[in-house]
Design a protein. Structure first.
Length: 162
């Protein structure tokens, strides 16, 4: 499916009205895993809202991304509770297992994106990571390696089913 088709379907689903902007952006990001720059002029015309205003909304909310993300977005909490309970060795193992350097967030195959966050709000479960917003508590470097292996197998099975 072309990106343009995804833009059109999102506007059709939520309605061509400025009040639907955030829902439309969420729909596009859910499908493409980011907001491509091409969506701004399209949405501007479809909703009658300036591109600058759309860009402003897309960059204001941390949940939106203008850079492509992987199928699996892993967020490593580095808040105080997680940090003192070992979030850095977990992050280092994740990057090592996925072949990422600190400046690189997404794997070359666009399967994984690794991000750090200040707090996930699950301090009692520390150290915590999320995978596509699903919480994984009491993580260790070994547990995160097992999780990556399982996600790779899941992705391979999904590809086989296509």
């Amino acid at each position: 499916m072309r990106d343009q088709d995804i833009f059109e379907r999102a506007v059709e689903a939520w309605g061509a009205k400025p009040s639907a902007l955030i829902a439309i952006l969420q729909e596009i990001q859910e499908q493409l895993h980011y907001l491509p720059r091409e969506c701004f002029p399209y949405l501007s015309g479809a909703l009658g809202v300036g591109e600058a205003q759309i860009y402003s909304v897309a960059t204001f909310y941390e949940n939106f991304s203008l850079e492509p993300k992987g199928r699996y977005v892993l967020r490593v909490c580095d808040g105080t509770a997680c940090h003192v309970r070992g979030s850095i060795p977990i992050l280092e193992r994740l990057r090592g297992d996925l072949g990422l350097v600190e400046a690189q967030k997404t794997t070359g195959d666009n399967l994984f994106t690794v991000e750090t966050v200040s707090c996930l709000g699950a301090c009692g479960l520390a150290p915590v990571i999320t995978v596509n917003d699903r919480v994984h508590p009491a993580m260790t470097p070994d547990k995160v390696s097992e999780l990556i292996k399982a996600l790779k197998e899941e992705a391979a099975h999904a590809e086989d089913a296509i």
